[in-house]
Design a protein around this ligand. Sequence first.
Ligand code: PMP
Length: 287
Amino acid sequence: MPRIAYVNGRYITHADAAVHIEDRGYQFADGVYEVCEVARGFIVDMPRHLARLNRSLTELSIAWPVTRNVLPLILREVVNRNHVVNGLVYVQVTRGVASREFVFPSANVKPALVVTARKADPAAGAKRAETGIAVITVPENRWDRVDIKTVGLLPNVLAKQKAKEAGAQEAWFVDADGNVKEGGSSNAWIVNRDGVLVTRPAEHGILRGITRTTMFEVAARLGLKIEEREFSVAEAKAAREAFISSATTIAMPIVAIDGDPIANGHPGSITLSLRHAFFDIAEKSPA
Ligand code: PMP
């Protein structure tokens, strides 16, 4: 059964799916994206992802490529045509195809829309959560609008590659004051000695993760307190627990930062309880 992608109005075989060489996403990273988790046949937190997509598009003055109520139908169609029960669906919108000029093309140029979906084995994530992951820290070197979910991800690519070469699974960007910002593709959290969750405010300087937002509701349901404030690498290393959140990892325990073990070097129980409660709280749209 071949994989199917949606490209600008057509459902085509994944292997044949292509965009033009002068797509502004390809030439300028002039585009935005979303990744939604698909779990047990549901698209997780889809309205929140589409609201963030709307914000990203608005911030960059890119028009919606299709009307807003049509996009969920395309997402569902791509998930179903690929028989994805567990996995992810990826949405990318770029400013479109035009001859290479930095300034925006004429209003006649239509934004380009690509949607793909792929399967993932939920057992792999569960297994990883049993052992936890290691993170490294890297200096923040991105622009100051990382609150917009653009496809300009080169610093994230380099940071995550560096993590991989160090035997770690994520890299945390650290600001000039030594405070943790977020991961290359995740938000950063710690649990302090009193069992309070600490995560950096999302006004600017980080992406407001959808999983992060839903995690606030999960924490409330579990009776856990959250402090939204900056925390340093030193505080994280001395924390009771640390974890990352993202659509594809949910709450994933961290067991080492820059090679230093967190607490006893095993996944924390609060992180695991957040992970297990997540799907009861998250909004599930039928695919
Ligand atoms: N920060 C960055 C830089 C990311 O790329 C991601 C994943 N898209 C996140 C945070 C987590 O966001 P979400 O929970 O919406 O997946």
